[in-house]
Design a protein around this ligand. Sequence first.
Ligand code: FPP
Ligand code: K
Ligand code: ZN
Length: 510
Amino acid sequence: MPIKTSLARARQRIPYKEKVAASKSSRSTSRPSPTKVQHAQAELAGQDLNSPAARSADDQSRGSNMIPDIFTSLPPIRDTLFTSSSTVQDDTVAECLPFLAAEVQTVPYNQYGVPRLDRQRHIKFLRKNLGKLPGRFVSLDASRPWLLYWCLNGLSILGVDVSDYRDDLIETARSMQNDTGGFGGGIGHDSHLACTYAMVLALSIVGGEDAYEVIDRRALWRWLCTLKQPDGGFRMAVGGEVDIRGAYCAAVLITLLNLPLDLLPGSPARTTDRSNLFTGLGDYVRRCQTFEGGISAQLDGEAHGAYAFCALGCLAILGAPHRTFTSYLDVPRLIAWLSSRQYAPEGGYSGRTNKLVDGCYSHWVGCCWPLIEASLAGPSSLMFDVNKTRNSDIDFHNLYSREGLIRYIFCCAQDQSKRGGMRDKPSKTSDAYHTCYVLSGLSSAQHVTRLLASDGEGLMTHSKYDVSPYTGSPQIYEEEDRVSATDPVYFIPEGKRKDIMSYFLSKPGF
Ligand code: FPP
Ligand code: K
Ligand code: ZN
């Protein structure tokens, strides 16, 4: 029985390169014929070593039987129109195929053709990024709070206790806070909503009263009142642009820090006595959905994964997803667009139509799915074993290929050299941004999110999620390579989210 034999052999967990060597030595031909991947690459390069007979013979003799063909072959339908977009897409597939087919000689693979998570190297990489940085990092000089968040969140997902960084972080955060409210991207920089979001998340992750008390909540609230617009959205900075990042960042800050919703009398958004910081925000998000079904930064922009994430995060704070998503979005169209972001053979996501796979969209697009799933399933109960489905939510946790995303992350997005860290794609170098967001996407693919309860129409603070390990089969990675769960709306460890929220819930005033 050939299938049984190959399975049994695969279970011995021989590194893939040895398997290839073993299969080669048992072949009678002296000249090795091209692998399936070489065929695909030749086809992409417009060469013809691809006779159907040669192809089917090779399919039987090469490659791990535990890697589904979809991850090692070209898509069955290929456009015959060549453009610069189709050319870079072909190049990207050619670049990823050897990694996906477990043909990289220096990397050991398991029986599914998946390498280990290089946890210790990724930890070292992130720790290094928290230290003193050389001159070439100057381009990040206005994004220092982001760098802190990426590293601290990445370390937390990898299971590291980051409380040792508390004192240094507190000092750094103080140096970047402005009396007029909010944090800048560096010392002396004007406050920016994205930097403020990142700094507040970083402070939440290290946790503790001293870290929380750095934040001047009254000044932050006053500053948010000046950023809130009559159309419901938020400016990113005084005199800056209004876009959907502002909607999400503001919603996170207001609820995490329990800020008052009241608008100051001078706020440009104070059109009636009853208008507040959340007035019109859901409708603002609605207007950002495009004809494609995705979400753009502003009205009439191009749909992009990072903005879909901001839209869903914001709506999940305004209320439970099964209510707010359906009220403000065309959910079927959004699902169609999100689904189109996952590519084969790559398995990872692109950020927009006709663009390339990139590891960071494992988070921006990947982390939309748990919220979409929660919105379709509605509130459930912990009475159900999370890995046993009931009729009503039978398919809600498999709306995308978890296997594809996990393969892209382990095979293509991990830097497997001494350097460590995660990357956009194999031809790019790792950085803290991609390390954070690839790990966050991995966490979402390895867990199931359920909305447990939502009390009526209230804010997200009243919604509760259960995030538990996803144990569906096949589990193509080792259990030790499962990373930690993370809060599905705030993207800090769930316990840290609860700590800061309960701290500020107990002190509603300033
Ligand atoms: C395009 O980059 C990227 C964007 C249009 C959006 C980027 C925004 C974010 C990553 C984060 C926003 C979220 C918050 C919470 C502030 P590109 O053209 O280099 O990449 P692409 O080809 O993959 O689209
Ligand atoms: K990109
Ligand atoms: Zn990226």
